[in-house]
Design a protein. Structure first.
Length: 323
């Protein structure tokens, strides 16, 4: 089969070893599209290696067709069109994946649409409702609200009637967030978001991909018993934590990553999506935010677009099989 390999800035779509048949509990997919995620760029730069035993081929989500079914798999069959959450290996013609991490496409969705679903909605659901334990009436602060995960999270907040405040890097991005259902927003280039968020009522849950540079201000706007869910380190990894404020307000700081979770844990998240999110997608109460699609051979352009924050939604790669 063919797969995408990287060496520094060199990307090579080249023939590689054929996959083994799927093991018990797994399915084999012929990949149609692969989603692009910032983790792919980090892995390419040598900053985010795959978990032990996982392929070094990037790609954390795909859509495609089931072409092989391992023993003990009852929910999927050859020919099913599906999307899947991976730990790696998506930039390839084929991939083996635990069946618990695979879902049928929502009704009315194409394979191209499907590649834009698993990672963003799994990340948003995990960090809002599982890690963040978001309850009715609570308020959410979403940093990088115009990112793919942010756009999914805004829509989930709207669908489940949880007010949300977003930060983003331009008025155009704030307008896009408002169109999706964000209640208020703040341009990060205008300084600290503290006064604006406090005036809005503070936050009970914060989902933050920025990290160190936002920690002090996050603590200032986090309400009593609030949860700060850290999902990235774009603003650095070292910061001063005000433990007095944390103690008095009973704040909780939660680190969260999706890639390294076990297949069982990922399966639990995917089942939650199938139960709570898929019906909303099928009824158009939630929408994918698909920006652009490139052929896999133009992966450098897709990665450059994400590196420059030039995308307004999800980026996907088309994997055209070679016969």
């Amino acid at each position: 089969m063919y797969a995408m390999h990287f060496s520094g800035q060199q990307a090579r779509w080249q023939e590689t070893a054929e996959l083994d048949p799927p093991r018990p509990g797994e399915v084999q997919l012929r990949v149609a599209y692969a989603g692009v995620n910032r983790a792919d760029l980090m892995q390419r730069a040598g900053h985010y290696p795959p978990p032990p035993g996982v392929s070094d081929i990037p790609g954390l989500e795909v859509s495609g067709t089931v072409i092989g079914v391992g023993a003990n798999v009852r929910s999927l069959a050859a020919g099913d069109e599906v999307c899947a959450l991976l730990a790696g290996g998506g930039y390839a013609e084929k991939v083996n994946v635990d069946a618990r991490q695979v879902l049928p496409l929502p009704r009315g969705f194409s394979l191209r649409d499907g590649a834009a679903l698993p990672e963003v909605f799994a990340t948003a659901w995990l960090n809002l409702f599982m890690e963040g334990n978001l309850q009715p009436g609570e308020r959410v602060l979403l940093h990088a609200g115009a990112s793919s995960v942010g756009r999914a999270a805004i829509q989930l907040c709207r669908a489940f009637d949880r007010p949300c405040f977003v930060t983003a890097g331009s008025q155009a991005k704030l307008d896009a967030c408002a169109a999706l259902g964000a209640d208020e927003g703040f341009n990060r280039h205008d300084g600290s978001f503290v006064d604006a968020v406090k005036a809005w009522g503070g936050a009970d849950v914060i989902v933050d991909p920025v990290g160190a540079s936002y920690l002090p201000d996050n603590q200032r706007v986090l309400n009593a018993d609030g949860r700060l869910v850290l999902i990235g380190l774009m603003g650095g990894r070292h910061a001063e934590l005000d433990m007095g404020r944390m103690l008095v307000k009973r704040q909780r700081l939660i680190g969260s990553t999706l890639r390294g979770k076990s297949p069982a844990a990922k399966g639990e998240i995917m089942q939650a999506l199938y139960t709570h999110v898929w019906p909303l997608l099928e009824s158009a109460r939630l929408n994918i935010q698909l920006d652009r699609c490139w052929p896999i051979e133009e992966v450098n352009d897709a990665h450059a677009c994400m590196e420059q924050n030039a995308n307004a939604g999800k980026l996907v790669l088309h994997i055209s099989a070679r016969q």
